[in-house]
Design a protein around this ligand. Structure first.
Ligand code: RIB
Ligand code: CA
Length: 312
């Protein structure tokens, strides 16, 4: 049985990724850990609790983590996901409560308890992960694998011309994670676009299934749909976090991934949060590969699997 920790800033796409994991019996979610990002920490935690409640499957503990990035002031994405991060549809009224304890302590504790077994899926800024590495670097080397929704991959940024949101919120944290020695797979923003985005027909099919978690998955993405209409003039939902979860759950949807040395820009303001994906060097001993970066997926297989999981 795979043991997962999901680290999330619970916006509307995170919620769908959580629902996917909660409905996947082949994995055990040891913990959901929350971090400020799309929305501030308290809201992110409430949203995670609501995703669990509406799905009515597994009930993993939710631990709150960092409410601020390591160095910079918090930047949210409420313009994209809504003020509550979940489409401002009045969906968030969880009855469940947070588990006692700090997310960073819990991450370290779980890796100590299950050395070489814990897989971490990060779908927000990686402040919690960086704090765990800074606090217990040798323990964190025993993390089996990290799947990170982060960077523009081989494409542009989505919050600046060169930076993707999860890295931009806390670039220092991402650089710490990249240099931790942990095996990392990076799922960039580029691969959730184009034919990997869900179109109107697919969106309505999910919603019309009538499953509470499927309806919730669409309704909480109302702000994202509106935002995409304005930005891309297309009624669609591109789901970066569900795609990262899909890569972690179903490696057979990956068509091509490449080893790279990735470097996070944290100094020059215009480049802040850019991640340079260097796949070009050979035998350069000064720069070892530190991540696998997904270049291509089978979009049809990915979307069919997500639709099936959400609606069954
Ligand atoms: O850039 C996309 C990422 O930023 C996603 O994880 C989204 O939820 C936001 O956190
Ligand atoms: Ca996210």
């Amino acid at each position: 049985m795979r043991r997962l920790i999901i680290d999330t800033d619970t916006g509307s796409d995170d919620a769908v990724a959580l629902i996917m994991a909660l409905k996947s019996p082949e994995i055990t979610i040891e913990a959901i850990t929350t971090v400020s990002g799309n929305v501030p920490l308290i809201q992110a935690s409430q949203n995670a609790l609501m995703a669990i409640e509406v799905t009515k499957r597994a009930t993993p503990p939710v631990y709150a983590g960092a409410n601020q990035p390591l160095k910079r002031p918090l930047m949210t994405a409420r313009d994209v996901h809504g003020q509550d991060g979940m489409g401002d549809q009045g969906l968030i009224h969880p009855t469940g409560r947070l588990a006692e304890g700090d997310a960073v302590d819990k991450i370290i504790e779980l890796v100590e308890r299950y050395p070489d077994e814990i897989e971490i899926i990060t779908i927000g800024p990686v402040t919690n992960i960086a704090k765990a590495i800074l606090r217990a670097s040798e323990v964190m080397k025993r993390v089996k694998h990290i799947y990170a929704m982060a960077t523009g991959g081989f494409g542009p940024g989505n919050i600046t011309p060169v930076a993707e949101f999860n890295v931009y919120v806390d670039a220092e944290a991402f650089e710490i994670m990249l240099n931790s020695g942990i095996d990392i797979t990076i799922v960039g923003f580029d691969i959730c676009l184009g034919d990997a985005a869900f179109d109107k027909e697919e969106i309505e099919h999910i919603r019309n299934s009538g499953k509470p978690e499927a309806v919730f998955a669409i309704e909480c993405n109302r702000s994202k749909i509106d935002w995409n209409l304005k930005r891309y003039n297309r009624y669609c939902i591109n789901w970066p976090d569900p795609l990262a979860m899909a890569v972690a759950l179903w490696e057979d949807i990956v068509v091509e991934s490449v080893p790279a040395h990735c470097y996070t820009c944290t100094i020059e303001e215009p480049a802040y949060g850019q991640v340079i994906v260097d796949t070009s060097f050979f035998g350069n001993k000064t720069k070892a590969f530190n991540a696998q970066v997904i270049r291509r997926i089978d979009s049809a297989k990915y979307k069919a699997r997500v639709i099936d999981l959400l609606t069954k």
